[in-house]
Unconditional design. Structure first.
Length: 393
């Protein structure tokens, strides 16, 4: 998510830089056009109207940049109209041509030709040649700059689209990798459980049968001290093997249960809820883990069936003296008062209040672990469970 936010910020900076880059490039073009227009002043007789025409042309070119796009065409159109009536203004017509050439309307793009033809009749020939050349330069510069800015805008749009697609694919791939890791973890735990069952059901039964056979032979050969002594040694070895197998089966069975993995698997089963899991415990015993898992499943089921919640947060933490579980949804409908009256695992329901089966089950599980369950409504239904470590069975 942070990468997406950084990409959006980079796009905003890029657009802001473009806003400054476009007018600056057009200002340079207009400066070039203005120099071409000033070259025509030496070819006409001097008169004060030329200064006025120069100032009006510069103001008109500046106004075309600062006004909104649909109003920015008015200054050059007005200047072209004035140039049609006053020949001195025609010398600076190329500045208006630059702004008119980038307009979307075809008629406005060529309206400058009328005052240009009128100037050809009333101005000296050399001045007319300079004005027409300057108009051609202005038109070409405007076309080049407009095309360049359009291509840059298309490039930025394509770049942003590719970057957003790349970030979305990266996020999706990360989610797929996390899901794959979870599936691998679940498969590993399931395989450990299967191996533990196979050892318990097959090897354990064979060892038990062998022990019983050895004990039966000891009874049969109770008069033969040497045989009975050898059988006792075999029986001791078998008992030791049985103890080792039992310990290995218990270890495999305990390792086959991972609370965090089981919580994430349970959360994936509730497709209508977005479940956030905060797991900060590394040594949760299996009995506590099974109890917490059952409570979480019941809480998620209640949130899915009896609440308008869309998101649930599940938090598990281990502290020096106790284990803590908290399940909090964002439902906007408070639970009945009879539910909130159940403040502890060992408390009785309020007089006349119906005790919910789901809540009673969660309370019983917490009580079996020597802990306490508390329910509350704080911007959503909240289940809070604590299990002291020294009270674990």
């Amino acid at each position: 998510m942070s990468r997406i936010l950084r990409a959006a910020a980079a796009r905003r900076v890029g657009r802001r830089a473009t806003c400054y880059h476009g007018p600056m490039e057009r200002a340079v073009d207009k400066a070039i056009v203005l120099v071409c227009c000033l070259a025509g002043l030496v070819m006409v007789p001097w008169e004060p109207a030329l200064i006025v025409a120069l100032l009006v042309a510069v103001v008109s070119a500046a106004a075309a940049e600062v006004l909104p796009r649909r109003w920015g065409v008015l200054p050059p159109v007005a200047f072209a109209a004035v140039a049609l009536a006053l020949p001195p203004f025609a010398l600076f017509l190329p500045l208006a041509v630059y702004d008119l050439a980038r307009d979307d309307h075809p008629a406005l793009r060529v309206c400058w030709t009328v005052p240009a033809l009128a100037a050809a009749v009333r101005l000296p020939l050399d001045a007319v040649v300079v004005v027409l050349l300057a108009c051609a330069v202005a038109f070409l510069l405007s076309f080049r700059t407009s095309r360049s800015q359009a291509e840059q805008a298309a490039y930025r749009l394509l770049r942003d689209s590719v970057q957003e697609t790349s970030l979305a694919l990266e996020e999706k791939n990360r989610g797929l990798r996390d899901k794959q890791d979870l599936e691998v973890r679940l498969a590993t735990l399931a395989e450990r459980g299967r191996i533990a069952r196979e050892i318990h059901d097959n090897v354990g039964h064979l060892l038990t049968r062998s022990i019983m056979q050895v004990e039966a032979l000891q009874v049969v050969h109770r008069d033969d001290e040497r045989v009975r002594s050898e059988l006792a040694q075999v029986g001791a070895t078998l008992h030791e093997a049985m103890s080792t197998v039992r310990a290995s089966v218990h270890d495999l069975h305990d390792d086959a249960f991972d609370l965090e993995t089981q919580l994430r698997e349970a959360a994936d089963a509730f497709t209508t809820l977005a479940v956030d899991i905060d797991y900060r415990a590394s040594d949760v015993p299996p009995d506590v883990g099974y109890g917490f898992l059952a409570i979480v499943r019941e809480a998620l089921s209640n949130a899915s069936k009896h609440s308008d919640a869309s998101r649930v947060s599940v938090s598990v933490a281990a502290y020096p003296a106790f284990y803590r579980l908290a399940v909090h949804d964002n439902g906007s409908v408070p639970p009945p008062a009879s539910v909130l009256d159940r403040q502890g695992a060992d408390s009785a329901p309020a007089p006349g209040a119906a005790r919910g089966i789901g809540l009673a089950t969660m309370s019983d599980r917490a009580c079996a672990l020597g802990g306490m369950l508390r329910v509350d409504y704080d911007q959503g239904f909240k289940v809070f469970v604590t299990v002291p470590k020294e009270d674990l069975p």
